[in-house]
Design a protein around this ligand. Structure first.
Ligand SMILES: NC(=O)c1ccc[n+]([C@@H]2O[C@H](COP(=O)([O-])OP(=O)(O)OC[C@H]3O[C@@H](n4cnc5c(N)ncnc54)[C@H](O)[C@@H]3O)[C@@H](O)[C@H]2O)c1
Length: 289
């Protein structure tokens, strides 16, 4: 290992299993100290114990305002600083929209969107105070979006909306926090975990050779983004799966027609037709037939 994150202090949310656990181990392997958060406190404690003295467990619910503050305070009190926040925790409540209940909508939006914002906000408070005290941080936030958030996914309206929101939050946070020495990027991972065991069941772990769906494949990019080397990269979303890393292309302004005055609704049919002809086809929504 190269010691890419030697001496850095990292918070990883939802690190009791799956992709977050892989992140925690990978950061520790590169010399970082890690706060291993998971609302499943036993899972967090187990991971922290396996990592050793450079890890401490925290069992906050990341979407609870006070819990998220306690999580950020744990890093500062235990290790004396905070350099990297990896927002990763979350879960699914998949339903087609016609069956999706209010509680399933609220739970998924809460855990992903508020569960990203609350730790981000408390960490940003700390980094702003550091910057104002003349100790400009080399701080990093890595959020976790999803292909479902970037392209949409049938049966995951709540999750897709929350993960698209995370991509939106990422670009705003990157723009607002740059002045405090903080970069903010996001990943859209794919890996075989408890969350996706149904989806990726057909992609069984090979007996030997490269296991493309192992959660450990997602972590190297996150560790690099968490290092001081990535200072020039902010407001970006990377897809990462197996050995493949790709840079997602965000929404951007497309073909336009400007009449220079207000349209009459009846005029707009041919205008929209022309715009559709001039624009590339959107990529298909996952699971759409
Ligand atoms: N696995 C994939 O292919 C995939 C694809 C796209 C996005 N993601 C995203 O990656 C992240 C990690 O997913 P995973 O596949 O490792 O899932 P996972 O279920 O294996 O792990 C998620 C962890 O988050 C914890 N958690 C849930 N709610 C929490 C809360 N309120 N506070 C603290 N911890 C909480 C869970 O206890 C669990 O240990 C999620 O944000 C997920 O949406 C995963």
């Amino acid at each position: 290992m190269s010691g890419l994150c030697q001496g850095r202090v990292v918070v990883v949310t939802g690190a009791g299993r799956g992709i977050g656990r892989a992140h925690a181990r990978a950061f520790a392997a590169e010399g970082a100290s890690v706060v291993v958060n998971d609302v499943d406190g036993d899972a967090a404690a187990e991971v922290a114990e396996a990592v050793g003295e450079k890890a401490v467990a925290n069992s906050s619910d990341v979407a609870d305002w006070a819990g998220a503050k306690e999580l950020i305070d744990t890093a500062i009190e235990h290790f004396g600083r905070l350099d990297v926040l990896v927002n990763n925790a979350g879960f699914l409540r998949d339903r087609m929209l016609v069956n999706l209940g209010e509680d399933e909508w609220d739970a998924v939006v809460r855990v992903h969107l508020k569960g990203h914002f609350a730790p981000l906000r408390h960490a940003a408070d700390h980094w702003r105070a550091e910057a104002k005290a003349g100790r400009t941080p080399q701080a990093r936030v890595i959020n976790t979006s999803s292909g479902a958030g970037l392209l949409g996914s049938v049966g995951q309206g709540n999750y897709s909306a929350a993960k698209a929101g995370i991509a939106g939050l990422t670009v705003v946070a990157a723009a607002e926090l740059a002045r405090y020495g903080v970069t903010v990027n996001a990943i859209a991972p794919a890996a075989r975990t408890r969350m996706t065991e149904g989806v990726f069941a057909s992609m069984a772990r090979p007996d030997e050779g490269f296991d493309a769906m192992a959660p450990e494949n997602v972590s190297p990019l996150v560790v690099w983004l968490g290092s001081e080397e990535s200072a020039h990269v902010t407001g970006r979303v990377f897809e990462v799966e197996g050995g493949k890393v790709s840079l997602a292309q965000a929404w951007r302004h497309g073909p336009a027609v400007d009449k220079g005055e207000r349209w009459d609704p009846a005029e707009l049919g041919p205008v929209v037709k022309e715009l559709l002809e001039r624009a590339p086809e959107p990529e298909p929504v996952y699971g759409a037939s």
